[in-house]
Design a protein around this ligand. Structure first.
Ligand code: ZN
Ligand code: ZN
Length: 303
């Protein structure tokens, strides 16, 4: 977004605020806004507190995004603050989303406050969407995570040197571990949710609080060795893809692979620049990226 605005309005008119800036950089940007040098402030959640002198409009893009709500103290919702500021200053507030929150959509439905885009960006066509019933796949003996149709499509994409994105909203290898004899599942004592199996470290982790423990080999309830893994995460999908398409290059993007060393941008740039065949990831991969060479996107919903 910063790139686009700088290209259109010039660097001098734009201030950027987000938590990755150093305190010094943040201070400089803050002062530029306060002195009314920067006319456009682009930022994440906390940018709503920017000391803008002569507010004309507030635009919140991807308004459905959970991150506008701060879960650190002081807790606040940037959308509520924006609404307050817009009223105080008597300026418009634009909330944009391709997938608006249900409450907001309900509020503006059938009013003149709902503005619908009738064309997609660059006038592009809607993609062809096909839903594959995995129960029917099971009936013909396909026990893998991929439907036959998807496997064929990926194969074709690799042959045609096109790229594929696979989205799965679960990280880790297996989403829960269960004793087949007594039904015991390993849960987090604090959060009461099942622990996810992470294959590389051979650990079980709580995705809420971060608690982790060694993997089980024996059931603590009944002593059975009949421990089984259920529910698939991105690690398992990556393993299956590497087995099915050993010649294809893959890259995985989820909280476990995105770190300081390997940033979000690094992974995306690598996918683009090195023309990696398959990108596998959680919600992170489905923001509005632009990859001209991507022709197949597969989404899983496992809830
Ligand atoms: Zn057991
Ligand atoms: Zn926990």
């Amino acid at each position: 977004m910063v790139e686009r605005f700088v290209a259109r309005f010039g660097k001098e008119k734009i201030a950027i605020l987000h938590s990755k800036l150093s305190i010094g950089e943040r201070y400089d940007e803050w002062k530029r806004i306060e002195r009314d040098e920067a006319k456009i402030v682009i930022g994440a959640r906390s940018a709503i507190f920017a000391p803008v002198k002569n507010l004309g409009i507030i635009i919140i893009d991807e308004e459905h995004d959970q991150s506008y709500k701060s879960d650190m103290t002081p807790k606040y919702n940037a959308k509520e603050i924006a609404l307050y500021l817009a009223k105080q200053n008597n300026v418009p507030l634009v909330l944009g989303s391709a997938t608006p929150s249900v409450s907001l959509y309900h509020e503006v439905e059938n009013t003149d406050r709902l503005i619908t885009l009738t064309k997609r960006a660059n006038n592009s066509n809607l993609p062809n969407v096909e839903v594959v019933d995995m129960k029917k796949e099971l009936a013909v003996g396909n026990r893998s995570m991929l439907s036959r149709k998807l496997k064929e499509s990926i194969e074709k994409n690799i042959q045609d040197k096109k790229q594929t994105i696979l989205f799965l909203n679960r990280r880790g290898y297996s989403t829960f571990v269960m004793c087949r004899d007594c039904g015991y599942t390993v849960t987090c004592n604090k959060c009461n949710i099942t622990l996810t199996y992470h294959i590389r470290e051979n650990k079980l982790k709580c995705h809420y609080c971060g608690y982790e423990r060694q993997n089980l080999t024996k059931c603590p309830e009944c002593g059975s060795n009949n421990i089984r893994y259920f529910g698939a995460g991105t690690q398992k999908l990556e393993t299956e893809i590497n087995k099915l398409f050993p010649e294809a290059s893959t890259i995985r993007m989820d909280i476990d692979t995105v770190s300081k060393k390997n940033s979000y941008e690094d992974i995306l740039n690598k996918f683009k620049d090195e023309n990696i065949d398959i990108l596998i990831g959680t919600q992170m991969v489905v923001k509005g990226h632009h990859f001209p060479n991507v022709t197949l996107v597969r989404s899983y919903c496992s809830r």
